[in-house]
Design a protein around this ligand. Structure first.
Ligand SMILES: [Zn+2]
Length: 139
């Protein structure tokens, strides 16, 4: 596993556009909304799923792939939406994680664990100043 800077993988422009739209749906308004994030999953056939982070019921911790979450993280939301067919699609897919304003959106350890468990093989996220970082061959 190796983290590289810039140009790790070509991200289709429709993936980026969808990510920007999805992040604006987030109900996480703390820090002036700068914590709004989205995730888009795609493969060679096109976009598979997308999601954004959100608060769920207060004081409720839900466990997802063995990880306790107090809110729905964007990465988990995108994976969750594919629940009917994720097993056969996600193993060759890529995920792009975006944070409003193109801020640094590196997934947290819990999301990394879930992403790893479902077998997504390319993971990239925005970093400030228009950059992208990621991991390829993630297993
Ligand atoms: Zn997370």
């Amino acid at each position: 596993m190796e983290t590289r800077r810039r140009g790790i993988t070509r991200i289709p422009s429709d993936v980026i556009r969808l990510a920007i739209d999805e992040a604006l749906k987030s109900n996480i308004v703390k820090s002036k909304g700068t914590c709004r994030m989205s995730a888009v999953i795609w493969d060679r056939h096109g976009i598979v799923s997308s999601g954004y982070n959100m608060w769920t019921s207060a004081d409720m911790t839900s466990t997802y792939f063995g990880m306790p979450f107090r809110s729905r993280h964007a990465e988990v939301a995108a994976i969750y939406r594919t629940r009917d067919d994720w097993r056969w699609r996600l193993e060759r897919s890529s995920m792009f994680v975006y944070r409003v304003g193109w801020r640094t959106a590196m997934p947290c350890d819990k999301c990394m664990s879930v992403i790893n468990q479902v077998g997504i093989c390319k993971l990239c996220w925005t970093v400030k100043n228009g950059g992208i970082e990621g991991i390829e061959g993630y297993k």
